[in-house]
Design a binder for this molecule. Structure first.
Ligand code: ATP
Ligand code: MG
Length: 251
């Protein structure tokens, strides 16, 4: 359904071009849940942005249901049914939550902003008329952004660290919402996450590191790998050893 073929992305950070994604190949199937995980700076958000068309491909192709969408703009991909909930959502000053969610739903008149807010654990009475300005907390903004993606009937929905800033009480509701969405609609879900409870939803776990796909595996394997890995970085091990032999740590 969604295929990345040898995709590379090069960005210009103002000084020199940097290749942030190298030769990514992925094949995502209809109505499956993929959880993308891996170290910070590994390239997860960049893959999401490349799928959405925010970062252009410098090499390779992106295909949606066999159609080459590599050269399509963001709005064209959105029309074809791709949605992306940002890791750090933008604030829309002057826009009320009700209008934002109605706009997100597009021509689909069945969209009910109250139900969408309930799906992300927000009380409609408290939030429908609020403006999405600087008075919105990070967690509130994140949840309304997720609700805006739920408003659309998508072929592919990408959620970038949906758990970030979400309190423990609402987090459970959010995982149920993802499960529901998966059961109700034929949406392919790509959830970027570091959370075990989200990893447990995955049909496949995609490990991204160093701008590459390091592995495609499952939740049990990845959690097993993490527990076997010595979590101390090499520097810490060195420092600890020095402390044990009474040599002052250099940090
Ligand atoms: N617009 C940009 N310009 C320059 N470099 C960028 C840009 N966006 C991302 N990068 C670099 O690409 C690499 C991958 O970043 P990305 O945001 O995709 O990582 P990530 O896996 O999502 O990390 P995190 O877990 O911290 O969210 C990083 O080294 C980052 O600094
Ligand atoms: Mg990221």
């Amino acid at each position: 359904m969604l295929e990345l073929r040898n995709l590379s992305v090069t960005l210009d950070n103002g000084k020199e071009p940097v290749e942030v994604l190298h030769d990514i190949s992925l094949s995502l199937k209809k109505n499956k849940i993929y959880v993308m995980t891996g170290p910070n700076g590994g390239g997860k958000s960049s893959i999401a942005k490349a799928i959405m068309g925010i970062y252009p491909a410098s090499k390779g192709q992106i295909l949606l249901e066999g159609e080459d969408i590599t050269s399509l703009e963001i709005y064209q991909r959105a029309r074809l049914g791709i949605g992306y909930a940002f890791q750090q959502p933008p604030r829309f000053k002057g826009l009320q939550v009700r209008d934002f969610l109605t706009l997100a739903g597009g021509p689909d008149t069945r969209v009910n902003p109250c139900n969408l807010l309930l799906d992300v654990g927000l009380c409609a009475q408290d939030y429908l008329d609020r403006e999405m300005d600087s008075g919105f907390s990070g967690g509130e903004l994140k949840r309304v952004e997720i609700a805006s993606i739920l408003a659309r009937r998508l072929k592919v929905a990408v959620f970038d660290e949906p758990e970030a800033g979400i309190d423990l009480w609402s987090f459970q509701k959010l995982t149920e919402t993802f499960r529901d969405l998966h059961q109700r609609q034929e949406t392919t879900l790509v959830i970027i996450s570091h959370q075990e409870r989200i990893l447990r939803l995955a049909d496949e776990v995609i490990l991204v590191s160093g701008g590459r796909i390091a592995n495609i595996t499952n939740c049990e394997e990845i959690l097993g790998d993490i527990s076997r890995t010595d979590s101390d970085c090499l520097c810490r091990q060195e420092c600890n050893r020095k402390i044990q032999i009474n040599v002052e740590c250099h940090r």
